[in-house]
Design a protein around this ligand. Structure first.
Ligand SMILES: Nc1ncnc2c1ncn2[C@@H]1O[C@H](COP(=O)(O)OP(=O)(O)O)[C@@H](O)[C@H]1O
Ligand SMILES: [Mg+2]
Length: 327
């Protein structure tokens, strides 16, 4: 369930299974305000439409709320979506997390950077008779699992758009494997269409990479709008984070845009920022994540720091156990 601090309005996601009783006291870690929260009945937050869908899949596969599904998205291209997906996933795997990366972009850049070509994609999953997702997941380099993309992915929207439940295709398939992973990261195309919608509806968080360029705000606004519609119309809550990428601290335009983004998105802007680092471009030539290509590079340190920040944010229960100040 989502708890909102009555004073500073900070939102917390709390695993329903970790809630001890029907009424419980919490303290906001941000403003120290203490307040009483009532646990909702299991159905009160879920509209009938969603509940019916949840039941359809829940009969066969058990959901794993401890598996965090994150969409990396921005309708703009070249903002470091794929770079972030690859390096964040590899950093999380280095922290001994079980990580699946899903290449949901027709361009297949993530698949290529992990050294695969012409592998079977999500299109092949839905086109197959068995429909078993595990058969299509590749154990790949750097302790990662990969659900690849291929050129057939372009057909997915053409063949399934508008069909019953088309927007839940990815969510329902991922449910088959959520018990096997701590993190599922989804790389998306530079658009806000069928693919990004499917990814967002399968996710509980979204990271929006944004370089400090003038048009970046537009890309963030677009995804934020989409997330709000998803929340308001179908009651699916998505934690949204903005990740500053390709930051050049000596560039005055960068500085101005950075301040604007921080002003508008406040606490949604991740603390960790990724500086412009040529090592990232070099690492692509040898199809190796930057954090492995040069583990001493600035990009490597920053992506590892990002993994820690994301992990702390998405597992607040762990954080609370340590601080003892919440729940
Ligand atoms: N921090 C960075 N510093 C320098 N170049 C970067 C950085 N992050 C990404 N790039 C480069 O920017 C280009 C686009 O990155 P990519 O991850 O493919 O973006 P997207 O998936 O959003 O289209 C790539 O050539 C990549 O090497
Ligand atoms: Mg990409």
């Amino acid at each position: 369930m989502i708890i909102t601090c009555g004073k500073c309005k900070t939102k917390y996601r709390v695993d329903d299974n970790a809630i001890p009783k029907d009424e419980f006291k919490v303290r906001c870690t941000k403003c120290s305000h203490g307040f009483l929260v009532k646990k909702p009945s299991s159905t009160s937050e879920v509209p009938p439409y969603i509940k019916r869908k949840a039941e359809t899949v829940a009969t066969k596969y058990k959901d794993n709320p401890n598996c965090k599904v994150i969409t990396i998205c921005n309708q703009k291209g070249g903002v470091a979506k794929t770079t972030t997906c690859l390096n964040l996933a590899t950093s999380l795997a280095q922290m001994n997390k079980r990580v699946l990366v899903v290449d949901f972009d027709i361009q297949s850049n993530l698949t290529l950077l992990l050294g695969h070509k012409d592998a079977r994609s999500f299109f092949d999953v839905v086109d197959s008779e068995s429909n078993e997702l595990t058969k299509f997941i590749i154990k790949t380099k750097h302790n990662l699992s990969l659900l690849p993309s291929n050129s057939k992915m372009a057909l997915l929207s053409k063949t399934h758009m508008g069909q019953d439940n088309f927007e839940y295709m990815l969510r329902d398939k991922l449910l088959q494997v959520k018990q096997d992973y701590d993190y599922i990261l989804i790389d998306t195309p530079p658009s806000g269409d069928f693919y990004t919608l499917n990814a967002l509806l399968a996710s509980t968080s979204a990271i929006i990479p944004a370089p400090c360029e003038y048009l970046s705000m537009n890309g963030i606004n677009h995804i934020e709008g989409m997330i709000k519609v998803i929340q308001n119309k179908i009651n699916h809550f998505i934690d949204m984070f903005v990740l500053i990428t390709k930051l050049d601290k000596n560039n005055t335009v960068s500085q101005v845009v950075l301040e604007k983004i921080k002003y508008k998105y406040g606490s949604k802007v991740l603390h960790t920022m990724i500086n412009y680092d040529q090592k990232i471009q070099e690492s692509e030539i040898v199809q190796t994540p930057a954090i492995i290509y040069d583990s001493e590079s600035q990009a490597a340190r920053q992506y590892q720091q990002l993994a820690k920040e994301v992990n702390d944010k998405l597992f607040p229960a762990e954080l609370n156990e340590k601080t003892g100040s919440y729940l």
